[in-house]
Design a protein around this ligand. Structure first.
Ligand code: SF4
Length: 284
């Protein structure tokens, strides 16, 4: 019997590989090939909506580059020339690779030799004919942009036509402390964003949710818009702002207290962002 691969099934080990996992992405509208550098479930942040089970604080472990190359070549071959789509009963309209996303069980840029991993993935996907048709995406919390390996990795990513999806869940330091358990100052955030956008096309991704009547309330929305204003004033180039809701189960202690945001409210907020001149999308 074929296994079904749905937009809600994001199991990291569905393909039985260490670094590669397939996702039918609701945002991408086709197959997204995820690459997980954080096989130890370690991140330098702890977002309250994080769906990583047994999340711990820390960095990605050293990469087995030979295994990564083997797995990626094998998996791309299964998708392009094998029976992957039949095996997982993927509907015909979704039988295309939309992107390869470096998005793991933690912050990917914490990987030692992050740049080497980006270059290797880009080279293999190009050789397989997947790039440049498919997108190459780095999903990052953006907190390690000061590292030389992160900057070199973003340069490599840009060389393959890639883009960064930079997490921004709150426009205030207090909001980010609450939602991300991070202690990122406004100035550090803006500096990181500037570095990212100068090296590679950068989009913001913001998770909208309700929590203890403290997140995404009127004052938080105002803080977010004020931050966007600063971004404009500092000439930081943002390609797009992607607002999204919580569709998946959080594995954090706060899970029961998280509430989905009303779609109309998200769309109203998107209209405010658009009025400032930004390209914006909403997915609930
Ligand atoms: S940055 Fe990503 S991996 Fe890290 S805690 Fe937040 S959601 Fe989880």
């Amino acid at each position: 019997m074929s296994q079904s691969l749905s937009t809600t099934n994001h199991s990291r080990d569905i393909a039985g590989l260490k670094y590669i996992y397939p996702v039918m992405s609701r945002r991408a509208g086709g197959l997204s090939i995820g690459i997980n550098f954080n096989t130890n479930n370690a991140c330098n942040w702890r977002c309250i909506y994080c769906q990583v089970p047994d999340l711990q604080r820390g960095s990605a472990p050293a990469m087995d580059f030979e295994l990564l190359a083997q797995e990626l070549r094998f998996f791309l071959d299964q998708v392009l020339h094998g029976n992957f789509f039949d095996q997982y009963a993927v509907p015909s309209e979704h039988r295309l690779i939309k992107d390869i996303a470096i998005s793991g069980n933690g912050e990917p840029t914490s990987l030692p030799d992050f740049d080497k991993a980006v270059a290797l993935i880009g080279k293999i996907a190009t050789q397989a004919g997947v790039f440049p048709a498919a997108h190459f995406v780095l999903i990052s919390n953006g907190s390690l942009m000061h590292q030389a390996s992160t900057q070199a990795g973003l340069q490599a990513l840009a060389g393959f036509g890639g883009e960064v999806w930079f997490k921004l869940d709150s426009g205030s330091e207090a909001g980010r402390k609450l939602i991300n358990n991070s202690v990122q100052s406004q100035s550090r955030l803006l500096a990181n964003l500037k570095v990212a956008s100068q090296l590679c096309p950068t989009k913001l991704q913001s998770c909208m949710l309700s929590f203890r009547k403290q997140l995404w309330i009127a004052s938080e929305k105002q803080a977010y818009l004020q931050l966007l204003d600063q971004i404009k004033k500092q000439d930081i180039a943002i390609e797009k702002i992607m607002l999204y809701g919580i569709a998946r189960q959080s594995f954090q202690p706060e899970a029961a207290e998280l509430k989905k945001m009303d779609l109309n409210e998200m769309q109203d907020f998107a209209a405010d962002i658009k009025a400032m001149g930004f390209d914006v999308s909403v997915s609930d």
